[in-house]
Design a protein around this ligand. Structure first.
Ligand code: AMP
Ligand code: GLY
Length: 424
């Protein structure tokens, strides 16, 4: 098959790495890719959100399967446009991508189909939002409706903090149009968990569980990021809990979306809170998590390509995937300053030494320049290793991290701490 992966981060590097290993893959392109992806795929200089150019490339190059990594092209309708041209594409159509593109759409779906989630209200004016916050009190959560690159959520301890978040979104318009509507919701305490399933419009196949570390600093301190590291399996995702998540959250969503006229295909990523022992849905993403995808791909033993095709053509029901018994853990190396402003163009060396330890280094934000590897993004490398336990995978990942010489970057030193503390 001739395959095109869309995106240029660590998630797309892991997808390219897994797809390139498939005997079904004859030619692999990635748009735009990065310096690490260039080892596994031919990189094409088209931006991930340039829908017109991507469709043109896919038709001209007679691509058999397009795999869309990030949410923005999905929400912009890339899959609809590829469908119209007869090109098979992995990922939801624009209507179904509203599960991530509009938090209000997602919450209303939950309300219609009885899916457990935090109690909420939707508001189009600051005045109404504040009246609701005053009535409910703190702690309370303020979310902008639209896409905000993971930055549109404020967990407010007090009414004043919540009011500030409302003013930023509605008066200062920090998030532009994405903040024109707000969702105010009940604060749910508990442990967070990422749950992934492949979906083909009618049925869903659960993937392995993973846990992410959102805060920038050790001990889960400091501002939130896109994710500083992840590991799989997630010890708290027991088989009983997995069944409950499938029965009460994932399958009602798949059936509800089909019944409402927006059949969902692609990967469904549920952000869950284990609240008083019960899973509740915090958010849906319509793509793989980044960096969760990296640990899932490291543990996947089956060929990924037939699974992606089954999601596209509605044949997941008879499908099964095999996973390694080993754990996988990834550490994100980010540019100094991230998630605030950070320096670009700093040189990274020691990547060969890191690979020689047996770890796999996925690239998230790099370019090759005159034989050197330079950092171009906030999150730059994902140093990923397997082990017979999460603790062993962690030791191997950090041994590889220590082989990398990059004064311009940093990482958390405690990825996997919760599992390691439980001697997992
Ligand atoms: P989201 O993008 O909706 O997942 O929110 C980002 C982060 O905010 C989540 O990963 C949680 O840590 C936190 N969060 C979101 N909603 C809630 C909630 N209702 N209660 C507690 N924490 C939340
Ligand atoms: N790791 C969180 C995300 O991909 O949204």
């Amino acid at each position: 098959m001739r395959i095109l992966v869309v995106g240029g981060g660590g998630r797309e590097h892991a997808l390219c790495w897994a797809i390139a290993a498939s005997p079904l893959c004859e030619v692999l392109y990635c748009a735009p890719g990065n310096a690490g992806i260039a080892r596994d795929a031919e990189c094409v200089p088209i931006a991930a959100d340039d829908v017109v150019a991507l469709v043109e490339f896919a038709t001209e190059q007679a691509i058999d399967l397009v795999v869309v990594g990030p949410e923005v092209p999905l929400v912009l309708g890339l899959v609809d446009r590829l469908d119209a041209e007869g090109v098979m594409a992995f990922g939801p159509c624009a209507d179904a991508a509203m599960l991530e593109g509009s938090k209000g759409f997602m919450k209303d779906l939950c309300a219609r189909h009885d899916i457990p989630t935090a109690a909420y209200g939707r508001f189009a004016t600051a005045e109404d939002a504040k009246a609701y916050i005053r009535e409910k009190g703190g702690p309370i959560v303020v979310k902008v409706d639209g896409l905000a690159a993971g930055k549109g959520v404020t967990v407010a301890r007090t009414i004043d903090e919540a009011f500030d978040a409302v003013d930023q979104a509605m008066n200062d318009q920090v998030f532009g149009d994405a903040g024109a509507e707000l969702i105010i919701e009940e604060f749910l305490p508990g442990e967070e968990l990422s749950f992934f399933a492949l979906v083909d419009g009618k049925t869903a196949l659960p993937l392995a569980g993973a846990q992410d570390h959102k805060a920038v600093g050790d001990g889960d301190t400091g501002p939130n990021t896109g994710g500083m590291g992840a590991y799989s399996p997630a010890p708290s995702l027991t088989p009983t809990l997995e069944d409950e998540v499938m029965e009460t959250i994932i399958l009602p969503t798949v059936r509800g979306m089909a019944a409402d006229g927006y059949p969902y295909r692609g990967v469904l990523y549920a952000g869950l809170m284990l609240n008083e022992g019960r899973p509740k849905l915090l958010e849906y993403n319509v793509r793989f998590g980044d960096p969760e995808c990296q640990v899932l791909m490291m543990r996947l033993r089956s060929d990924i390509v037939p699974a992606l095709v089954a999601s596209c053509d509605g044949t997941l029901e008879t499908f099964d995937l095999r996973w390694s018994d080993e754990a996988a853990l990834t550490v994100v190396l980010a540019a100094n300053g991230y998630p605030g402003t950070y320096e670009k163009g700093t040189e990274i060396s020691g990547l060969d030494k890191a690979a020689a330890t047996g770890a796999t280094v996925f690239h998230a934000g790099t370019i090759a320049d005159d034989g050197k590897i330079l950092a171009t993004g906030g999150r730059v490398l994902n140093v990923t290793a397997r082990g017979t336990s999460i603790t062993k995978a962690q030791a191997r990942a950090y041994a590889a991290v220590d082989a990398i010489d990059w004064p311009g970057g940093f990482c958390r030193r405690d990825i996997g701490w919760r599992a390691v503390a439980q001697k997992r």
